[in-house]
Design a protein around this ligand. Structure first.
Ligand SMILES: [Zn+2]
Length: 304
């Protein structure tokens, strides 16, 4: 996640290599048993039937005013005004929606931050929300559950995502670091896999950019957002980490942090999440059902 607005001075020293962040931000050097992000979502998930869909307040509505799209040199960030919030789904309170941003790879490699059964997706979108009791980001980062981030994997198909075009059509205006443009608000729900929002994974972790604070309740959705190859290429090839007048132009690529150990953390699967089943050692539910059907057919065949 990107926190340049909060850590302007520090952000200027952020190295592109996440392994070097700890030189300036000691909290980015994880110690044993610390809870950092991202992680691989794998067999160690546990079903929690109390985890129902989050309530996404205002996500269906057309917000007033305008939104701001910005290239901060580390990502493309869309500031979302103050009309939306999230709650429920096991979150400890109400969280105001602040911004969304993206992580991506390169023309030849995927760049999601989290991985699902070790699979890295082409991109990942983070919708950042701050607990309503906090007056500012600094206070939220002192709270182990001060932020709630909704993470969406982004996968690629041939057809353009017309809703995603609200953002991708504006990317050329923020190709270089420091560039900002306005976007007319659109219902944020149109970007999301709205029929599958009860399927997600939950764990406690950290920011994935400095200062790497362990203050995030993560919600990673199982069903990706789909965009086209063309829309993906706009991120991987046409966004730069350098300013427009820089002598050497550098593409902004691979802006994701490396995977961290889960250690003793519990990673929960929501009631409707489909990829794990409690007591099934994390074997995908779909595969388990398929194997069971095959066993039943063999049994019937042996009897008949
Ligand atoms: Zn992020």
């Amino acid at each position: 996640m990107i926190w340049a607005a909060v850590f302007l001075v520090a952000a200027s020293r952020v190295d592109a290599d996440p392994y070097a962040w700890g030189d300036f931000f000691h909290s980015c050097h994880p110690l044993l048993e610390e809870h950092h992000s991202p992680i691989d979502l794998d067999v160690h998930m546990r079903r929690d039937s109390s985890l129902e869909a989050l309530q996404l307040h205002g996500f269906d509505e057309l917000q007033e005013g305008h939104w701001t799209l910005e290239n901060d040199g580390h990502s493309v960030l869309l500031s979302l005004g103050s009309g939306m919030s999230v709650s429920g789904g096991g979150l400890p309170g109400l969280f105001h929606t602040l911004q969304l941003h993206f992580h991506w790879g390169s023309p030849s490699s995927n760049g999601s931050e989290h991985t699902l059964y070790s699979r890295r997706f082409p991109m990942e979108m983070h919708i950042v929300n701050m607990k309503s009791v906090h007056p500012n980001m600094s206070a939220a980062l002192e709270d182990p559950t001060g932020l709630a981030v909704l993470g969406f994997f982004i996968d690629v198909v041939y057809a353009d995502n017309v809703h995603f075009s609200h953002i991708s059509q504006k990317l050329s205006s923020v190709a270089h670091k420091g560039q900002v443009t306005k976007i007319r608000p659109f219902p944020l729900m149109s970007l999301l896999p709205k029929h599958n929002l009860s399927q997600y994974y939950r764990y406690h972790g950290s920011l994935t950019t400095p200062p790497c604070s362990q203050s995030v309740v993560w919600t990673l959705y199982e069903v990706p957002v789909y965009i086209s190859w063309t829309q993906l290429a706009q991120f991987t090839s046409q966004i730069f980490s350098t300013e427009e007048d820089a002598e050497q132009v550098t593409p902004l690529q691979n802006n994701y942090r490396h995977i961290h150990p889960t250690y003793s953390r519990v990673v929960s699967a929501s009631r409707d999440a489909g990829l794990v089943s409690s007591g099934a050692a994390g074997r995908p539910v779909g595969l388990c059902h398929f194997i069971c059907v095959v066993c039943l057919l063999r049994l019937l065949a042996s009897v008949l």
